[in-house]
Design a protein around this ligand. Structure first.
Ligand SMILES: [Zn+2]
Ligand SMILES: [Zn+2]
Length: 135
């Protein structure tokens, strides 16, 4: 490439619409409410958007409910009375940014981790509800 072509290439890259979790150029400092993943034009970011079927933030209610799958298990810290509970990971992929979010539930007790949670990704200022589903 000539230096002129390189300059043009840089302008085009700068002019592309990126996704915050895509190629690394789309760092907006949080998830931009206005971003419609379908309007992402960077090819690397597009692949990420399509892989996870991402949707615009505006297509969800203010405080949505997400279905979570129980995965794995771990031990919660021992209580003062010596007992301890077995936890499981309640996992779902954020349909807006694509980040995998992981909350704690109780192993073998479906629904024990249901309820309102503080968001683990920047998309849900007022948090969301999780609802455990059995596979
Ligand atoms: Zn990109
Ligand atoms: Zn998110």
């Amino acid at each position: 490439m000539t230096s002129q072509e390189l300059a043009l290439d840089r302008v085009e890259r700068a002019g592309k619409v990126h996704h915050p979790k895509g190629c690394g150029r789309g760092r907006y400092g949080g998830y931009p409410e206005s971003l419609d993943p379908r309007e992402v034009t960077c090819l690397v970011c597009r692949r990420y958007v399509e892989k996870h079927g991402l949707q615009p933030r505006s297509s969800f209610p203010d405080v949505p409910t997400f279905d979570v799958r129980p995965e794995g298990r771990f031990l919660y810290p021992r209580r003062s009375d010596g007992t301890r509970e077995t936890g499981c990971h309640l996992v779902f992929r954020c349909p807006v940014c694509g980040q995998e979010n992981n909350h704690g539930g109780l192993y073998g007790q479906p629904g024990a981790g249901d309820g309102h949670r503080v968001s683990h990704c920047p998309c849900w200022e007022r948090g969301y509800y999780i609802r455990e589903v059995t596979q």
